[in-house]
Ligand binder design. Sequence first.
Ligand code: MN
Length: 706
Amino acid sequence: MPTVDALSDRLTEYLDLQQIKAVRRAYFYAEQAHDGQRRKSGEPYVTHPLAVASILAGMHMDHQSLMAAMLHDVIEDTEVSREGLENQFGQAVADIVDGVSKLTHLEFETRAEAQAENFQKMVLAMAVDIRVILVKLADRLHNMRTLGAMPPEKQRRIARETLDIYAPVAARLGMRDLQLELEDLAFQSYHPMRSKYIRRAVVQARGQRKDVITSIEDAIRNRLQQEGLKGGVSGREKHLYSIYSKMKSKGKSFAEIMDVFAFRIVTESVDDCYRALGIVHNLYKPVPGRFKDYIAIPKANGYQSLHTDLFGARDITIEVQIRTKEMDAVASQGIAEHSHYKIYGDSSSAIDGYNRARKWVQGLLEMQKRAGNSMEFIETVKTDLFPDEVYVFSPKGRIFELPQGATAVDFAYAVHTDVGNSCVSCRINRRLAPLSQPLQSGQTVEIITTPSAQPNMAWLNFVVTGKARSAIRHFLKVQQRGESVELGRRLLTQFLTNYGASIDDVDPMVLSQLLDEAGFTTLDELLEDIGMGNRMAYVVARRLRPAEETGEDEQDGDSTGAALAIQGTEGMVLHYARCCGPIPGDPITGHISTGRGLVIHRTDCRNIAFMKDDAEKCVYLKWATNIDEEFIVNLDLKVESERGLIATLATTAAGVSANVLKVDITETDDALNTVHMDLTVKDRIHLATVMRKLKALKAVYKLTRV
Ligand code: MN
């Protein structure tokens, strides 16, 4: 049975004593935390984390990864908290363990196969520190090696998940050895009969193949020697799962696949690779179109090698891979290989995994520059490892890919425009959360909608997807259009009333002539134009007034008609002037502002003093009686400075249901300070109540509405 002492011995190969001590401490901590727990096989639970750490030690991973491996199930399966781990072992280790626990929580079982690729990306996206994935992969590998102890149903599920998610993730990171082992183990569990059949066939074929392999191997080795080139040649065994998937995906028979013999030549230098290529092409005829130079143009995961196919005797094909020793190490261990020689270079373990993975990508970038090829594959690597995307679930388990920083509103629009347009709030991981909160990979997002809801203009401040942005804009535009038409109708009706007419009994001939001149086809377009303030209702009304009125006294036009009633629900075409802040009860006048619609001022506001009697620019307004809105007013106070005064002011106002939005105190040399308050009230009567209460305070000397 493997022990922590045996592991420590192996670690002396590449870790210093302090680091080995830390790894041992993590082991004993885990042993105690898991005390009494057993694996399905009956062994003490701690044998599992120890085995996971040993797998990582085989990849020469740093001591923090090994510590995290020892502790990886502690948060999940014992009483120990993340904070507890952080206190004991530091933030980096706690972060990795936390990341691994989160990955464990993702459930793949019910997801459609088509989503597997997104899931792979999600796994990568969730791990800010790449070591999280390496620990998780090692964890999965050990679980696969010991899968036999599980009930058959669970075996199948875990095997499927391994084939769909973890083996491809290993492949993306270039960890070929790990990928192949995961695949073969999962294949045996998922398709026991098929795997048994292929295994038997391979064993049978091996006998006949042995001679062929030896003779080709010898031929290549001899020729390399004759040319004075150092390098090893070996035949490569085919893996069960790769045989199976070739049979399945390419429709080939077992015999066809077994007629391909694969060899690898490992050389001392890059130059030797190309020389070896010339040598084998000279020895056997190459198959046209099969040569690939992954040395000049590496694969996205950093894989480098020369590949070529050759015609052998008796209709067999010879596949040859040629690469240097370093390339060979990378080909089997991928990112793990890259991360471990960084540790040799810099023994301080402070470089976190993120930096290391970043360096890995930079390394790829340089390779790419040398190769002078398109930047595309670098982009692929970057998005895989340093995701600009987040991956989140709908409550039904569908995965959505969104850009970094996306919010629940973006998610809602990604689901459907109607969902976005009617969303009012959201639950993230079953808890209510603000719509503006940026989402994180792995979260489940549920959108709460009501049929009467509408998009909010403020959403434009935080949505990041083009889809959400344009849908919100579109909605607001349509809504504004409707509101403009409605306001235009009311303004025109108002002025027509002065002529004793209404829109309904306007002469159709006169109307269509006016529409023609203005370049409109419908009355609504005309009304919209009026509502937006682009066209004077007064002028239009004069054109449309009944014929018999023509020539009569036009003074009627701007005499007092019934004032237009304002409900406060007119929406975007109605604005309350900031300068005077009108509230219900104030006498008001509307200024028709080009392109904006109607701006409401207090009638005594200085800004409209010079034009309020100009019927072309202004309309008389009155407040509707049933307004149910809050209006902002500004108050200036002279107060004696006193402890807790702001709180007193705020609670006093709140006591009579006024919401205080802002309180500013300006200290003066005087005994009295100036206070500026913004609060909301319903109307003038409400305001009077608020002011009376504030004035009653002892500290308040003077109080004015601005
Ligand atoms: Mn585990």
